[in-house]
Design a binder for this molecule. Structure first.
Ligand code: BES
Ligand code: ZN
Length: 639
């Protein structure tokens, strides 16, 4: 594997100031980029081998009334001496002017927009520049811009969409290619950048970002405050994130804590109380946590994902709060991304199994450490069902069921990227033994820390550092796992006896409709989910009424269980579930729940389609752009 470092430049240390004139020529760390064909990112306009952003300094004001973010972005660009312009990504940014460090105008052009990829923003580089390694030059440019209310990364919540109901809220979601809608930079996971930010917001709102907070906010008068952040490790730009709202913080351990709205903080803090121990367990498994703090923010329920691994500030949906820490695999997952994803990052989105599959495996190992083997095995079994479902849906020969996804191939979804990815590593672990596997995975993280990676690289690394012979690589079917569709024959399947009791109960229910409320009450959440997934098709209204009555499903405080109940009920056109579903869809924006419920309704003929269209007409404005575009593809107007 040939990897070119454009320049690992040892330059002056960065300073904390954000004025361009005082800012040194370049950041201390310039991360290498990959230039092999398998690392070419088709979702960026950037040409990093010519000119690349190495550092970003934002100075932005949050305007809640107009739902706009505006200000300046100072970019440090490292360019070849023969290159006269730099290409950035922009999706809908309104560019007022671009200048060099001396305030001189720099010409720029905004090309034609192509869907969510946005448009290329090509900026002339200042003539001079500061010499860097390999004859390259550092250039500085300042972009004055506004991200409009339509910026797809940002969701501006009304007070009604928060727990407190008094103040508005803002959060961003960058992955995969949404950050170009509020930050003018090269938005590609293989182009790592250090960054700093100064953000102003109206009191009493607090601002958090995916960087280390630089002390207490500064009072600016007129009811505004300024917050400062720095990320001194080079990160993929999709990992820059912001949230602002009426939020408070509570510590968990020495380097862990949680932010949430005051009304949510007690429940949030209780749910994530295992986090410090999770960090310790993760470090024992695969090496030091390299980011300093690990904090989390529990967002309002409109957040479109379960969680997002924004460095030093994981973003979480409140829907994982069950009151019993039964859904905290989510926290283990986002924490694990601090290694798989944030340290070692997929260079292209077609290799996102390197982020999500490796993380899902790592998550399971953390769960085993914190909650024991039984819970970990049960969660792994639920994950196996997801693979089986994905393969059943698109067929085991569908190209989208390979881990590595070439451009233009439609992915079969998370059952492949997450679950088949995790099953691959679990198969390797059982093939070579845990000790050898763990030593290999740890060296993979260490060797590629703060760098991008591809399927080809992990494939070659497995052949070089995991197996003892080419024959062993063959026997483990490593190439098939990464590059071929379907599920290789050597897949390690966790022992299903971990679900023996619940599987027996599901059989009994299917055969005789027998229900055991006492057994249900004693089950783990994974067991309850297994049972609900195994309910027979074609349940009558009376069956559903008795299920709900006996097991209290529609009153469940566990959203994974509530979702499975609603989905089953709607599949059986159970009228009493419609208002329940409507309430759920009106408050929760998590795509994983929202999309399947609408899909189920749309699959129920005119009965469900009328309901889906009615509900969606009302709830669509409350969803993030990610959820909207997912549901737009499902809920289509009649005719
Ligand atoms: N990084 C993902 C979320 C994501 C994936 C955002 C793809 C945009 C594009 C995050 O780590 C994740 O996987 N979240 C899951 C958590 C679950 C697997 C525990 C989710 O949101 O449900
Ligand atoms: Zn993930």
């Amino acid at each position: 594997m040939r990897r070119i470092t454009l320049a690992v430049a040892a330059l002056m240390a960065t300073s904390a100031c954000t004025t361009m004139a005082e800012h040194p020529a370049g950041p201390a760390i310039v991360a290498p980029i990959l230039t092999t064909p398998d690392a070419r990112d088709s979702s960026t306009y950037a040409r990093p081998e010519e000119a690349r952003v190495t550092h970003l300094a934002l100075d932005l004001a949050l305007d809640f009334a107009a739902r706009r973010v505006g200000g300046t972005a100072d970019l440090t660009v490292l360019a070849r001496p023969d290159i006269r312009s730099v290409v950035l990504d922009s999706d809908g940014l309104q560019i007022a002017r671009i200048t060099d460090a001396g305030g001189n105008e720099l010409p720029f052009t905004l090309g034609a927009a192509a869907g969510e990829k946005g448009a290329p923003l090509t900026v002339a580089l200042p003539a001079e520049g500061t010499p860097a390694a390999d004859g390259q030059r550092f250039h500085r440019l300042r972009i004055q811009y506004t991200a409009p209310a339509s910026a797809s990364a940002l969701q501006w919540l009304t007070p009604e969409q928060t727990a407190g109901k008094q103040h508005p809220f803002l959060f961003s979601q960058g992955q995969a290619i949404l950050n170009r809608s509020w930050i003018p930079t090269q938005d590609s996971p293989g182009i790592r950048q250090t960054w700093e930010a100064r953000i102003t917001a109206p009191a009493p709102l607090d601002v958090v970002m995916s960087g280390i907070s630089q002390g207490a906010p500064e009072n600016l008068g007129h009811g505004r405050r300024a917050f400062r952040f720095r990320m001194d490790q080079p990160v993929a730009p999709y990992l820059i994130a912001i949230a602002a709202g009426d939020i408070d913080f509570r510590a968990i351990g020495r380097r862990t804590g949680v932010w949430a709205e005051p009304a949510m903080l007690d429940r949030a803090h209780y749910e994530v109380a295992d986090t410090e121990r999770m960090v310790e367990a993760a470090e024992r498994l695969y090496g030091p946590y390299r980011w300093g703090r690990y904090d989390m923010i529990v967002l309002p329920p409109a957040f479109p994902y379960g969680g997002m691994e924004n460095p030093v500030m994981t973003f979480l949906t409140p829907t994982f709060i069950a009151g019993d820490r039964s859904l905290t695999g989510l926290v283990a997952h986002e924490l694990a991304h601090s290694w798989s994803g944030n340290l070692v990052t997929n260079a292209v989105w077609g290799d996102s199994w390197l982020n999500e599959g490796v993380t899902s495996y790592f998550e399971s190992r953390i769960s085993e450490e914190i909650y024991g083997e039984k819970r970990a095995v049960q969660e792994a079994l639920l994950s196996m069902t997801e693979i089986d479902n994905a393969l059943a849906e698109v067929g085991a020969n569908a190209p989208g069921t390979a881990l590595h996804q070439p451009d233009g191939v439609e992915s079969a979804g998370s059952g492949i990227i997450y679950d088949k990815g995790a099953a691959f590593l679990r198969t390797l672990e059982h093939g070579v033994g845990r000790q050898r596997f763990d030593a290999w995975l740890r060296q993979w993280f260490d060797k590629h820390a703060f760098q991008p990676a591809t399927s080809r690289m992990i494939y070659e690394d497995m052949r070089a550092n995991l197996v003892r012979s080419p024959a062993e690589a063959e026997q483990l079917m490593i190439r098939q796992w990464i590059y071929e569709p379907g599920l290789p024959a050597n897949v390690y399947r966790p022992d299903a006896s971990a679900f023996a009791a619940v599987d027996n109960a599901a059989h009994a229910y299917a055969a005789t409709r027998s229900l055991d409320a006492a057994a249900w009450a004693g089950w783990s959440s994974a067991e309850r989910q297994r049972f609900l997934q195994r309910l027979p098709a074609g349940l009558a209204a009376a069956d559903l009424a008795r299920l709900d009555e006996t097991l209290g499903l529609s009153r469940s405080g566990n959203n994974e269980e509530l979702f499975l109940w609603l989905n089953t009920a709607l599949k059986n056109r159970y009228e009493p579930a419609v208002p329940q579903a409507e309430r759920f869809l009106g408050s929760v924006g998590r795509t994983k729940f929202v999309r399947p419920l609408f899909a189920t309704l749309m699959g129920q003929g005119a009965w469900g389609q009328v309901i889906a269209r009615r509900i969606y007409a009302r709830t669509r404005p409350s969803y993030h752009a990610v959820t909207q575009s997912a549901v737009d593809r499902i809920v289509r107007p009649a005719g």
